[in-house]
Every structure is written in C-alpha cells, then in structure tokens.
Design a protein around this ligand. Structure first.
Ligand code: PAD
Ligand code: ZN
Length: 376
C-alpha cells in the first residue's frame, strides 16, 4: 500500500485523563517496526472495561492513552519478520496475546500469555516505545490493542488473522465481550447438560455467558440484575428465569438457594463487584457448585469470605478472555459464527459513527445499551 513505511495521520479518540470525555483528535501513527503490524480499524465495540479507566475505577493506567480493545480491521502494512500476515488480511487485535513460548502459552490450562499488559498497563509496544503521537506528545496504547483509532499498531503476537469473508460489522465483539462470556461458560466452568446456572450481571459479558450456558445444554439459566430492563433480552438469548435482588428482602443467595434445591451448579459474576462475587460464591451448591469470576473490580478491591464456603466443596475460579488461547482460537470462533453455531446479533443494540464515541459511553453507563459498535 502507498502508506507503507510512512507516518499516517488519522483520527483517534484520545483519553487525556480520567473523568474527562474522550477527545477526537488528529494523531500520527508511526509505521510498524519488526514483528509489528499496522491495522486500519473498521469497527470497534465499547466494553465496560474501557469505562473502568475513564471513570477512574482502575487507576494504574498512564495518560494520554488510546483505549478500545474490542475491534476488527484490515492489515495496512507489516514490519520486518512478520510471516503470518500480509496487507489486506482481515484481523482481530488480541488484548491477551499468545506468544506460544512462555509457560502459560505452553500450558493447556492457561491463556494468560506472560506478554499480556492486563493489570500491568505499561501501555507500550514490546520494544518499550509507542507508535502514537498527538499534539507532539507520545500517547500510550491500551492492553496491547488500542482500537479507538482509525489506525493502530500491535505486536504480531497480539493479532489473529480471520476468514476473508467474516462479517466485520459483527465479529469485533469476538475481540472481547462475546468470547469472554461464552468461554467462561463452555471452557472455564465447562457447564454440563441438564445443569442449573446463575449469571450475575446481564451486560454484554453476562449475556454471552447466557449464550454459552445454553449452548452447553444447561436446563435452567437464571439471570440476576439490578436493572430489570435487561431481562427481556436475557430471556431472548436463553435465560429461563430472571431475578432482581431489589424485589426481595432476603439476600440473593438465599433466594437462589430456595429456587434451586440448595444452590446452582454454576454461578458467574459478570459485574466486577466484590460483594456480588461473594454472593455468587454463596449461590452455588455447598458440595458441588462452581463459581466463575469474570468481572473486573476496581483497583485495590479485596474479597473476603468464610473459608468454610470452599472447604465444603465449592470451587471458585476465574479467567480473562474466557480462557481462550487468543491467536489459535479467535479464528475458530469466527468460523463458528459464520457457520451459525451461535449468533452475536442479540448483543448489538446500537451502532454509531466513530465520532459519537462519547454518546456510546453514555448509553453504556445509563444501562441503555448492551454493545454499541462504532464504525469508521
Ligand atoms: P455492563 O456494564 O454492560 O454490564 C454489567 C451489568 O451488571 C449491568 O446490566 C448492571 O445493571 C448489572 N449490575 C451492576 N451492579 C449489579 C449488582 N450489584 N447486582 C446485579 N447486577 C448488577 O458490563 P459488561 O458486560 O461489558 O462487563 C461486565 C464486567 O466484565 C465488567 O467488570 C468488565 O470489566 C468485565 C470484563 N471482563 C473481561 C475478562 O476478560 N475477564 C473481559 C471483558 C469485560
Ligand atoms: Zn505467551
């Protein structure tokens, strides 16, 4: 392409600090160095995890930064040594990379590649530098991806090539929300047919857990949310019942215990609230229940619970990105979507032009949207 090797000037939503709206700016995007890939982003979803940084709930991140991690795009150019990608390839950036060399990548039981930036928030390429500048200042990247920009640069271990015919206006959700929820059910909990599940939090992630539980053959899927306007959608996607804790005087774990003969087989926390994490643990059966933590909690949050809860036989576990090994498994998730093995249509409630990104965040904060897809 004629832009290869040159600095590209383009539009991006820059976060200059917490508690401020994103600012649409012209930025410069440097060409990819060795083992890096420059991508033209086509569509990107807005996830609650992006909002944790804007709202100041997670404080470790450095500014200015370009957020966004649920995107899809087309390779513009590749740096030296990149052998598995070429200009024109359709790709999904990966907020959990897969280097295939570290202990996690070599273990069948982990997907959290050592080269991930989740929780560290260093915000730089593998070589320790940034490819973005705005108004003469370097701009940090976000968990190996940065998709709130027309062009981004990622390390080759943080991008997966997908099918040439993939529907780009949908598959961006596979970059985070859908895969995280779906994998939490089918891969981390390994929900079995005929079982009972409770899903706390019916946003994009929780609803994807519902889709996963249904696909796995659960016979009861109980949605739990403080916002009853989420229930119709949850039922459409597979929830068999929904409960609003506000409608009950007893704690939600007691309500669920009564409904399910002493507790569910699997509970999922998809909110990021430490109080709900404990409720979710107490809601699963004392002898054979499994609780999966999916939500991301604010910086310095701590959970405390009676150890007897697990001593009696409960299991508590968690995972990022649904436990999927990203570079290997995202292309398969895309193929499965194209083969109609599942659908993400029900998760997409809004579409907006990229410039309306702050409106997209408002819809999420006010509980109106599930996923807004921004298109360039
Ligand atoms: P969302 O804000 O769209 O959904 C959260 C839902 O929880 C909303 O429907 C709320 O009404 C509901 N809710 C809030 N508080 C309570 C409560 N106390 N009891 C019951 N319901 C409540 O967010 P999302 O679905 O985009 O993300 C959910 C969480 O998952 C969030 O913490 C996000 O950061 C995390 C996440 N984790 C990963 C991962 O890899 N583990 C990936 C992506 C997102
Ligand atoms: Zn690795």
């Amino acid at each position: 392409m004629e832009t290869a090797g040159k600095v590209i000037k383009c539009k991006a939503a820059v976060a200059w600090g917490p508690h401020k709206p994103l600012s649409i700016e012209e930025i410069e995007v440097a060409p990819p160095k060795a083992h890096e890939v420059r991508i033209k982003i086509v569509a990107t979803g807005i996830c609650r995890s992006d909002d944790h940084f804007l709202s100041g709930a997670i404080t470790e991140i450095k500014y200015p930064v370009i957020l966004g991690h649920e995107g899809v795009g087309i390779v513009e150019s590749v740096g030296e040594g990149v052998t598995d990608l070429k200009p024109g390839d359709k790709v999904i950036p990966l907020f959990v990379p897969q280097c295939r060399e570290c202990r996690c990548c070599k273990s069948p039981n982990s997907n959290l590649c050592y080269k991930n930036d989740v929780g560290k928030y260093i915000g730089l390429m593998a070589d320790g530098t940034s490819r973005f500048t705005c108004r003469g200042k370097p701009v940090y990247n976000f968990i190996s991806t940065s998709t709130f920009t027309e062009y981004t640069v990622v390390d080759e271990i943080a991008v997966a090539k997908i099918d040439d015919n993939a529907p780009l206006d949908k598959v961006c959700l596979l970059g985070c929300g859908f895969s995280t929820g779906y994998g939490s059910a089918v891969k981390i909990a390994q929900v079995k047919p005929g079982t009972t599940c409770a899903v706390f939090g019916l946003g994009g992630v929780g609803l994807s857990v519902v889709i996963g539980c249904k696909a796995a053959g659960a016979s009861r899927i109980i949605g739990v949310d403080l916002n009853s306007s989420k229930f119709a959608k949850a039922k459409e996607l597979g929830a068999t019942e929904c409960v609003n804790p506000k409608d009950h005087n007893e704690p939600i774990e007691e309500v669920l215990a009564k409904m399910t003969n002493d507790g569910v087989d699997y509970s999922f926390e998809c909110i990021g609230s430490t109080a709900v994490m404990v409720s979710a643990l107490m809601s699963c059966h004392f002898g054979c229940g499994t609780c999966v933590i999916v939500g991301v909690s604010p910086s310095s949050a701590k959970v405390s619970f009676d150890p007897l809860l697990v001593l009696t036989g409960r299991t508590i576990k968690g995972a990022v990105f649904g436990g999927f090994k990203s570079k290997d498994e995202v292309p398969k998730l895309v193929s499965d979507l194209m083969a109609n093995k599942y659908s993400v249509d029900g998760l997409i409630t809004h579409r907006l032009p990229f410039d309306k990104i702050n409106e997209g965040f408002r819809l999420l904060r006010e509980g109106i949207s599930i996923r807004t897809i921004l298109e360039f």
